[in-house]
Design a protein around this ligand. Sequence first.
Ligand code: SAM
Ligand code: SF4
Length: 329
Amino acid sequence: MTLKDSFNRDINYVRIAVTDRCNLRCFYCMPEQGIVYEPKVHLLSYEEIIRLLTILGQLGFTKVRFTGGEPFLRNDFTQLIEKTAALNFFESIHITSNGTLIQNHIPLLKKLGITKLNLSLDTLNEERFKKITRRNDFSKVWETLHLLINENFRIKVNTVVMSGINTEDILPMAELALKYPINIRFIEEMPFNGGAKENHKIFSSKEIFSILKEQYPDLKVLSGKHGDTATEYTAVHFKGKIGIIPAFSRTFCTTCNRLRITANGEIKTCLYDGGVFSMRDFLRSGATDLEVKEKFIELVRLKPKDGFEAEKFTTKSIIRKESMSSIGG
Ligand code: SAM
Ligand code: SF4
């Protein structure tokens, strides 16, 4: 079985933020001083996460992504991924990470067959990395990226493109896909920065595309998989691919297959909906598995048509106060 929403979309992909803590301070995600972290007791426990994933597995979810905050900061993260793999519900388990803490876990990831990792890297310039993340970890991330490539992980690099900050990194980042069998994805900046800045001027996916097209005139679009948010491209001699994600323009909603669970157990049926239900409180009020299942079915049915529709029912101030570190991206 696969859950369908009221727009006949199959919803079978869950993204769960396992923590709101992070060791970087990317300025498009949170303020310099960080966000006010939830007390640990407000975060979903190991048992609650496994219970929710089991129920979602029974409801036909086939793909799970662990994200955060930085997922590898969570003390029981390795137990969580081991247990999730043992549930045998998910065809693929994915992780999004900033790449600073993965190195020691590579053997475990390989053992569990978790080979699909998204690594966030917005620049190849060490100074700019420091400016963007407010931390000095470029060489660690760079080294980890190469380790993972050498170990045959399937890597997607997430690059948030910010007007006036790292647009000059677009071509050097794209060149990585020429040299290595990895996927470089350029993401429009979204307004989830924990109140770090009021306005952000979007560097649009169209602008990103035109820079790439000028450099690689033979860039050609690839046919994507259902549910993809990125439009993918390749060009002659490329070992990997380039993707562009119109995360702010939101042109991909018609094939959305996602449900999000934030670090404090809030359900988001759309990134832009501000959070629609506290599954944590529901679990803690003694809800049975059947009640939780029915709630998921109801929430999926209420999933809005697209990110603009979702935004109508929330307020701008909520969105701007939210940090991607608690939502999970
Ligand atoms: N800490 C991990 C990392 O950075 O990969 C996982 C969590 S992070 C919130 C997930 C993704 O969201 C990252 O690729 C990050 O670049 C992206 N992200 C964070 N804030 C964003 C924003 N305001 N607009 C677009 N993408 C954002
Ligand atoms: Fe941390 Fe990821 Fe947010 Fe950067 S984008 S501050 S690495 S959660």
